[in-house]
Design a binder for this molecule. Structure first.
Ligand code: FAD
Length: 223
């Protein structure tokens, strides 16, 4: 769980009426110093190592009605609304990673000489840069559209899912292609591209995997 290393309180979604599934989930604001809660270091991650991830173990933790966040049985709705905002934020985060990868690739293409000229003179490199710039611009527009919908509309579920899906996958492609363009310089431990390449993978997993985003979008398309 992200930030568990430093968090004082967490929001716990628990089944208070399991027989009615989604309508029986409630949200609780729980201080992490409660007896029965343990922070357990999670195994090292491929990337986003500054995220302060730890596992939280709950053993017979008791909370009263005072810890209830919102109404009983409305936790699922709360979680979905929070995830909408989170997904727009992940889209923006992913876009930043993708843009940084493209910037690195452009810098290298301008300065690295091969066969007596910058590698950016070769069409093989130019076309990759053109595709990445287009892919990221599409992600940027979807992210802005989702942020706008989130501000103005009562619901932005599909917009947020599309923005997160496109931005995380476009940024992953950007980090991958940038590594190809920087070649051995990008593949080195400690290079900017190496870090972007490792970090971006998480964006296709947290706040709902790409499969989950596609399920949300498909449900809207088929509705
Ligand atoms: C760096 C990092 C930080 C995280 N931080 C947090 C956090 O702060 N809080 C938090 O709550 N969680 C956090 N997570 C957890 C994250 O949200 C989950 O990893 C994610 O939701 C996927 O769940 P899972 O790993 O259990 O995958 P699984 O549920 O095991 O899924 C396995 C595979 O099956 C696919 N799949 C599952 N169900 C379906 C379905 N119905 N249809 C099609 N495909 C399906 C998934 O997309 C995936 O490819 C974090 C994860 C990472 C990597």
């Amino acid at each position: 769980m992200a930030n568990a290393e430093v968090a004082d309180v967490v929001i716990v979604f628990a089944a208070t009426q399991p027989d009615v599934r989604g309508r029986g989930i409630s949200a609780f604001l729980v201080p992490l110093d409660r007896p029965g809660i343990n922070r357990v270091p999670s195994p090292d991650s491929l990337g986003v190592r500054g995220l302060g991830c730890m596992d939280l173990h709950f053993d017979e933790v008791r909370e009263g009605a005072g810890a209830l966040l919102g109404e009983q049985g409305r936790g699922f709705k709360l979680a979905m609304r929070a995830l909408e905002g989170g997904r727009v934020a992940i889209a923006a985060q992913a876009l930043g990673v993708g843009q940084a990868a493209l910037d690195e690739a452009v810098r290298y293409a301008r300065t690295r000489l091969a066969f007596g000229q910058p590698v950016g003179n070769f069409h093989a490199i130019q076309f990759q840069l053109a595709d990445l710039a287009t892919d990221l611009e599409a992600a940027r527009l979807l992210m802005w559209r989702a942020a706008d919908a989130r501000d103005r509309a009562p619901k932005a579920t599909t917009e947020a899912a599309m923005a997160k899906l496109q931005a995380s996958e476009a940024a992953h492609r950007a980090a991958d292609r940038a590594m190809q363009i920087l070649a051995s310089e990008g593949y080195r431990r400690g290079s900017t591209i190496e870090r972007l390449f490792r970090d971006i993978r998480a964006a296709e997993i947290y706040q709902g995997t790409s499969e989950v985003q596609r399920m949300i979008i498909a449900a809207d398309v088929l509705a």
